[in-house]
Design a protein around this ligand. Structure first.
Ligand SMILES: C[S@@+](CC[C@H](N)C(=O)[O-])C[C@H]1O[C@@H](n2cnc3c(N)ncnc32)[C@H](O)[C@@H]1O
Length: 199
């Protein structure tokens, strides 16, 4: 594994301010339309902050994917601590999602990572190929606000200002991969969720 395969500006944030920013991760997942009965891939799952409530919500029908095996180990611990389980923890590059998942899924979640993807339409195409017909792709992104305005616990947080994407910027790179924006959800104070359906 080479370091260059990691998307820029996507290191897992420290838990203290992440928890302060996202006090209700399960509520976020519900607002994105995730519910029991769906099989979900948590793409670039990090340390499992969203994976654990996700695993509870969909009763274990989750594939956790991250390039960093250390993150996956932490995610597994989080899931177990939540009394839940997942179908698999897969150490792989997000761009290989369609090849590494053992089955197609109903829903792909990518939280707090898309801003760093170099070829975003290429990734969105890979996501489309990993889905069942009628599948959905939800991207959770920082709003395109100057970094100095997005403080948590007294410090500016999140990706560099120039990496941030408006919902329109996101549509412009995801829709050419065969998706249509279905829903935009505000995730205060600093994020939005965009839910795309297969066109
Ligand atoms: C900012 S963290 C977000 C974690 C989680 N989604 C959340 O919102 O709490 C981004 C994660 O993406 C992973 N990552 C970076 N580049 C990747 C790639 N090319 N393929 C798969 N995972 C990658 C990193 O290892 C890191 O765990």
């Amino acid at each position: 594994m080479t370091e260059e395969r990691f998307f820029p500006a996507t290191a897992m944030p420290d838990r203290d301010w992440w928890q302060a920013l996202w006090p209700d991760p399960e509520g976020v997942l519900r607002r994105l339309g995730i519910q029991a009965g769906l099989t979900v891939a948590d793409l670039c799952c990090g340390d499992g902050y969203f994976t654990a409530p996700l695993a509870r919500l969909v009763e274990g029908r989750v594939y956790a994917v991250d390039l960093d095996p250390a993150m996956l180990a932490r995610a597994r611990t989080e899931v177990e601590r939540a009394g839940a389980s997942v179908l698999g923890c897969i150490a792989a590059d997000a761009r290989a999602i369609a090849a590494v998942l053992p089955e197609t899924v109903d829903f792909v979640l990518m939280a707090n990572t898309f801003h760093g993807v170099p070829e975003q339409t290429v990734l969105a195409r890979a996501v489309a190929a990993a889905m069942k017909p009628g599948g959905r792709f939800a991207v959770v992104n920082w709003h395109a606000r100057p970094r100095e305005e997005t403080a948590v616990l007294g410090q500016p947080r999140g990706p560099r200002t120039e990496l941030r994407m408006s919902p329109e910027d996101l549509r412009a790179v995801v829709e050419p991969a065969g998706f249509v924006l279905e829903r935009l959800v505000e995730l205060p104070p600093y994020h939005y969720g965009a839910v795309f359906g297969r066109a």
